[in-house]
Ligand binder design. Structure first.
Ligand SMILES: Cc1cc2nc3c(=O)[nH]c(=O)nc-3n(C[C@H](O)[C@H](O)[C@H](O)COP(=O)(O)OP(=O)(O)OC[C@H]3O[C@@H](n4cnc5c(N)ncnc54)[C@H](O)[C@@H]3O)c2cc1C
Length: 466
């Protein structure tokens, strides 16, 4: 008989939910984690640390905007530790909470590095080098991802950082080059710019966050540049090096050179399987460098499932948790439907961006004619009151201006506001629901009503023409 019904490798959002779900179903579960603390990249190197820094960046930015109220200047040589001051407490309490949850659910915690010996046997090496072999019926691989390291960028974690090491900078730099235009690059670039660092964002594509609605990314780039940041699109990096004294030099293929004090390389992430010996289990990575799975999150080896960043996009903590839960359910034969198609995307830049369903461009491509209603936050009472006038909410609807296809939001609170639109999309409500219901006043959520009225107005005009 196996030692466990299910072994989960990795204690990030995907692994944690997989382990808890399996144990709640009465299974014997082991959760293997090589780090001393539980929580994965999400807690220790990703979501929580970057959002903690962002909170302080927002405060700094607000104080600057309200210069008439506050005499405010950030001190020179500000220590990074001051800016992520509550992080240790947040991480420790998260670890503590997870430990209690894992123990309460009688999940066996195993501290060590896991590798496959076969599809049903996992070897764990402890920090002291002791080895144990655990036999299991099922495995969920939830080992996450790590930053991609392009050949031309010699990351030394002192002058040239990746997204796992950037918060280990001792002092807030005066200038920072950010390579990349994806989610992590956009978040950190705008957060550091809001803190007063001179940030230059460099990417090979014409605009950052190219998968998002263009109105949103235009608004993001404008806000970033209004804060003093520089966006350099269509720029290919040839070589990066530290000059040995003070600066990092970035040479572009078109001959331009950018000099900054520090550099952050945020050029995507790759599946973390380096210690797992997945070939012993009969697995291999696909051409995108991730573990391929089917709609049930099952790998090509029937008793092995995978979830979270290790299977590729959307690479979000939110999606990873649900994948982990579903992977465990599928492994132990608990009925779950397929993963929802509509996953909201939240980007915690300054400003926030959030999206669910189709962008205007995607909807035009799919349906030809569509109706779009916009509500600039400047037209919303709460926007005036809170000085939060830079955002916008967009409803994308079908040609009749009735069926909602997507919701796009930029501005503070975008990542919270999006859930109202998500519920309307999931319940297949007509856009009229935003006019027929009563929103608290004054709220930013009222933007839904204003945008819906804009859609209905266009619908009426269109109908009167025909
Ligand atoms: C800077 C940054 C900001 C982010 N911001 C957000 C955000 O705002 N919102 C959001 O939804 N997502 C965000 N993300 C993404 C989010 O962090 C990831 O999608 C999420 O952590 C993936 O969860 P996971 O469980 O797949 O893997 P991880 O969280 O990476 O956990 C994997 C775990 O597996 C362990 N492990 C690996 N190999 C082994 C082994 N051989 N043996 C034992 N243990 C092993 C690792 O130590 C780790 O603890 C951000 C990411 C970054 C980098």
């Amino acid at each position: 008989m196996s030692d466990f019904d299910i072994i989960v490798i990795g204690s990030g959002p995907a692994g944690q939910k997989a382990a808890v779900q399996a144990s709640k179903a009465g299974k014997r579960v082991a959760l293997i984690e090589r780090d001393a603390l539980l929580g994965g990249a999400c807690v220790h190197r990703g979501t929580i640390p970057s959002k903690t820094l962002r909170e302080n960046a927002l405060r700094v930015n607000n104080m600057r905007k309200n210069a008439a109220l506050f005499q405010f200047k950030l001190s020179e040589d500000l220590e990074m530790a001051t800016l992520i001051d509550r992080l240790d407490d947040v991480m420790k309490s998260h670890d503590e909470y997870m430990r209690r949850q894992i123990d309460r659910n009688t999940i066996k915690r195993v501290h060590g590095r896991a590798r496959f010996l076969s599809p049903n046997e996992v070897e764990v090496t402890s920090v002291r080098g002791e080895k144990q072999v655990l036999a299991t019926d099922y495995v969920v691989i939830a080992t996450g991802s790590f930053p991609r390291k392009p050949d031309q960028v010699p990351i030394d974690h002192e002058n040239i950082f990746d997204s796992d090491s950037v918060l280990s900078m001792l002092y807030l730099p005066k200038s920072l080059a950010v390579l990349g235009g994806g989610v992590i690059a956009s978040e950190y670039a705008s957060i550091f710019q809001a803190l007063g660092v001179r940030v230059i964002m460099i990417d090979r594509y014409p605009r950052p966050l190219g998968f998002l609605d263009k109105d949103l990314t235009d608004n993001f780039v404008n806000a970033f540049q209004d804060m003093g940041g520089v966006w350099m699109g269509d720029s290919v990096v040839k070589r990066v090096y530290f000059d040995g004294v003070n600066d990092v030099i970035t040479e572009l293929e078109d001959g331009r050179t950018i000099i900054t004090q520090k550099l952050l390389c945020a050029a995507g992430r790759v599946a973390n399987v380096k210690d797992l010996d997945i070939d012993n289990a009969g697995l291999e990575l696909d051409e995108r460098g991730v573990i391929p799975v089917d709609g049930q999150l099952r790998t090509r080896v029937p008793n092995i499932f995978a979830a979270g960043d290790v299977i590729g996009p959307p690479s979000l903590a939110s999606a990873s948790m649900e994948q982990g839960r579903r992977a465990a359910c599928n492994a132990i034969g608990l009925k779950v439907g397929s993963m929802p198609e509509m996953i909201p995307v939240g980007i915690y830049g300054v400003p926030e961006l959030s999206s669910v369903g189709m962008s205007e461009q995607e909807a035009r491509k799919a349906y030809g004619q569509i109706i779009v209603g916009r509500a600039p936050f400047a037209e919303i009472a709460r926007g005036h009151i809170s000085g939060n006038q830079d955002g916008m909410l967009k409803l994308v609807c079908d040609a009749e201006g009735r069926r909602l296809l997507g919701v796009q939001i930029v501005g503070e609170e975008a990542t919270e506001l999006i859930h109202i639109g998500q519920m309307a999309l999931l319940s297949k409500s007509d856009v009229d629901i935003f006019v027929e219901s009563i929103f608290n006043f004054p709220t930013l959520a009222e933007a839904y009503r204003v945008a819906a009225l804009a859609v209905i107005g266009q619908r009426a005009r269109r109908n009167s023409v025909y």
